[in-house]
Design a protein around this ligand. Structure first.
Ligand code: FAD
Length: 314
């Protein structure tokens, strides 16, 4: 049984998510773990993947059709090589969720979504009902198409491996979909799914300006990522890619500081893997206090600046 991991990369750098998926793949396969690095001129990324501990082979598929991560073309590349594999694994990220269903449908298999544990090569745990129930599922499909909740698997070591790199020509692209453009938000802050510390705000912040005036200084002091509840995003206080929760990002920082967030079940679904949760809320009945390790019943507009001042003085 050989597992195939679909790498996420920007041509040069491999995303941290891929390291976590490699660990899940090693747990699934009794044989080797291969990693597909699909792109155009992505030799640097392929070289990085070859150094990941536990990877036996890197398949570097190169061609113009693979330059822009179109799901149609990447899916076709995966399907062209799928028959040799028992498991095909993606991160349960926007990228993985874009491609995996296409691959599963074309293979006529049931995708196993967002696994959090591998019990056996065909048996997996996955959360359902916003993480309130853990389902144990068994797949009888010959090829198991899986998305992996990366926060549930430790990262494989980025160095120490010496996989062979096999070069293959990229598939010819579809003519039905063309890449038009990409708008990416750039930030100096850590990416939420990889951040060690996250400071998050909810509707209680009251405005986009307060995210910057009140929360950003705390995030700066702690070198933290900035997150938000869905309500804060919908109110226009924070951009969409800051959203944490069931329909946002699933995060697993060492420290999560929730300010003015009530703790709806859909928000909590995204932060259950955080090591330490701190909640600042003026309502002592707020549900977030039931999950928080440390709770402060306070007006965040007083407590957060005081916290920043104390941290700066320390
Ligand atoms: P509220 O519930 O309005 O809470 C605001 C909190 O701020 C209150 O507890 C209040 O006491 C506190 N507060 C106000 N002023 C202050 C102050 N000055 N100082 C301190 N505290 C103050 N939500 C997510 O976050 N992420 C998701 O991914 C997500 N997915 C969803 C998916 C579905 C299918 C559905 C139905 C809902 C989803 N939601 C999600 C929405 C979720 O149910 C809640 O509506 C949302 O999380 C509430 O956000 P909030 O806590 O910021 O707002």
């Amino acid at each position: 049984m050989t597992a195939l991991v679909i790498a996420e990369h920007d041509g040069a750098t491999v995303k941290a998510a891929t390291l976590h998926v490699v660990t899940a793949a090693l747990a699934c396969a009794s044989g080797d773990v291969h990693v597909l690095v699909a792109g155009e001129s992505a030799a640097e990324a392929a070289g990085s993947v070859a150094r990941i501990a536990g990877v036996a082979r890197v398949i570097a598929a190169d061609g113009p059709s693979l330059a822009d991560n179109l799901a149609e073309n990447l899916g076709a590349q995966i399907l062209a090589m799928a028959q040799g594999y028992s498991h095909i694994l993606f991160a349960a990220s926007a990228h993985g969720k874009n491609v995996a269903p296409r691959v599963a449908a074309k293979l006529d298999v049931a995708q196993v979504s967002e696994i959090t544990q591998v019990i056996a090569p065909d048996i997996f745990e996955r959360p359902i009902y916003a993480g309130n129930v853990i389902a144990t599922v068994q797949s009888s499909d010959a090829i198991k198409v899986i998305t992996v909740r990366t926060s549930s698997f430790v990262a494989a070591a980025a160095s120490g491996g010496s996989a062979e790199v096999q070069h293959v020509e990229g598939v010819s692209g579809t003519t039905r979909t063309t890449f038009v453009g990409r708008e990416e938000s750039k930030s100096e802050r850590p990416e939420l799914t990889a951040a060690q510390v996250i400071v998050a705000g909810g509707r209680g912040l009251g405005s986009a300006g307060h995210f910057m005036d009140v929360l950003a200084p705390l995030a700066d002091t702690l070198h933290a990522g900035l997150g938000a509840s869905l309500a804060a995003v919908e109110e226009g206080f924070a951009p969409n890619d800051w959203q944490v929760g069931q329909s946002g990002k699933i995060v697993a920082p060492q420290l999560y500081i929730a300010c003015g967030i009530s703790g709806a079940v859909q928000h909590l679904a995204g932060i259950r893997d955080a090591k330490v949760i701190v909640a600042i809320n003026s309502d002592e009945e707020a549900p977030i206090f039931a999950l928080a390790d440390y709770g402060l019943v306070a007006d965040l507009f007083i407590a957060v600046p005081e916290l920043v001042a104390a941290l700066e003085a320390a």
